[in-house]
Design a protein around this ligand. Sequence first.
Ligand SMILES: CC(C)(COP(=O)(O)OP(=O)(O)OC[C@H]1O[C@@H](n2cnc3c(N)ncnc32)[C@H](O)[C@@H]1OP(=O)(O)O)[C@@H](O)C(=O)NCCC(=O)NCCS
Length: 159
Amino acid sequence: MPAPVPSPVDDLDRIMEVMERAFAPEYGEAWNRRQIGDALLLPNTRYGLIADDGGESFADGQATAGFFLSRSILDEEELLLFAISPDFRLRGLGHALLSRFIEQARSNGMKRLFLEMRSENPAGILYAAHGFRAVGHRAGYYRTPDGLRLDAVSQALDL
Ligand SMILES: CC(C)(COP(=O)(O)OP(=O)(O)OC[C@H]1O[C@@H](n2cnc3c(N)ncnc32)[C@H](O)[C@@H]1OP(=O)(O)O)[C@@H](O)C(=O)NCCC(=O)NCCS
């Protein structure tokens, strides 16, 4: 009898696998499957995955460590979501995935990158290391599921 063919895990499943683990529920930052599915249908949306060994491709059963999702308009691109699953943090995968995002944007002809984050998010350490600089501050911009207001910092990187 032939061996069972493993069911393919598509990229939306991989993104959701990380999404469900990576974003702390108290901030309400995670997108649901439908929001991601809809975003992926748009022609100016781009995403990337990183495997637990830092690569871009996945062997059968290999875990997804992280992903990014972005959207571009003309020669500007906004990083909408960026996450590494908790089991794979603090081993450089965030650096590797962000470097890949930036290099691909550059080779796609992007001139400026943007992102917005909670002002206290330690992700700021990572973004700063890759040259992002604060360009704006929005007091109380985010509202958590508990009704708390948190400030947002807009960051940009000129390529
Ligand atoms: C932010 C995030 C992507 C970092 O991923 P990671 O794989 O742990 O990042 P790396 O291991 O490449 O570390 C990057 C740098 O940030 C630092 N860092 C990462 N998380 C940190 C934390 N919680 N506290 C302090 N420093 C932290 C690392 O020490 C490292 O600094 P170094 O280069 O000076 O050593 C990950 O914590 C995450 O997914 N967070 C939840 C989702 C999120 O908030 N995304 C950003 C939305 S704007």
